[in-house]
Design a protein around this ligand. Sequence first.
Ligand SMILES: *Cc1c(COP(=O)(O)O)cnc(C)c1O
Length: 348
Amino acid sequence: MKSLQELVRPNIWSLAPYSSARNEYSGHVAHVFLDANENPFNQPYNRYPDPLQEEVKAQIEKVKGVPAECIFLGNGSDEAIDLVYRCFCEPKKENVVAICPTYGMYEVCADINDVEYRNVMLDENFQITAEKILEATDANTKAIWICSPNNPTGNNINRDEIIKVIESFEGFVIVDEAYIDFSSEPSFSRVFQNMQGKVSNLIVLQTMSKAWGSAAIRLGMAFASKEVIDIFNKVKYPYNVNQLTQEQALKRLNDSYGVEQWVNILLQERGRMLRAFAELPVCEKVYPTDANFFLARVTDATGIYNYLVEKGIIVRNRHRIALCQNCLRVTIGTKDENNELLGALRQL
Ligand SMILES: *Cc1c(COP(=O)(O)O)cnc(C)c1O
């Protein structure tokens, strides 16, 4: 890949980051803090949180096997997505490439940052070749977005093709693994670790919002080489992950066995839902999935969506999304919730 300096925007490369009060002493044990204009009352929430979330990262290192220095934590994955544009993509000049259909935030953040967004269509099996992705790039392409398992289609993108893209492309390849804990395939964060020692162009995104059951706390993770993580840390808001979130994340990460049990229950329910949907008269096709949701093509997505809303059951209507005509995206819920959905659809 290109050198890191060639990939980072010049203003970011030369940026002197904000230095917070607590950055400036280091290596000393202190007990009187009169440096940050905090209120001494209302402990423990009177103090600014750890700007680099070291305790949380140490626990993620244990659970995921990614070294703490290769982890960025943000206010949801959305923060990491936005940082890719702010750190690497020159507005009005550079571009990114993404598969289509995929997660909507890549395009929204491109639009906000005034960076050209290029779609490459998946085929009818929601797959793509490395060649097709690379054809859409040019000298001004800074990043390629690959979501796998992909949202809204649910399937893993062919692993060999992703590896080919990572190996051939000169800029960053971001693999969004929001649903990796539900997938039968391993994370790319292991591939990334094997590249230690040279600046890897791979950035892997994960989140606490799905399998970890913590969408409300807003904690997203980016795994990348230390050099890339250092750039993200320089540009992020100094206290981007608040104290309550750090505490709750630690609690969850200390109980990864509990998360494993949730995932097992959801995978079992997923199998049951896929079989039940295949039998429904209104269902024309159920697409294969490696996530905690699935896409189903039905006779009339908008009509069925509205019918379900009337009954207080909300699924996602993806009818207007490319390649998803008459498709509903259904998240796997509890057994009772899933049964309520099936019951309503059987009445049609
Ligand atoms: C849900 C989801 C996320 C999670 O975003 P957060 O900001 O971490 O909640 C990221 N990527 C994809 C593809 C998703 O579907």
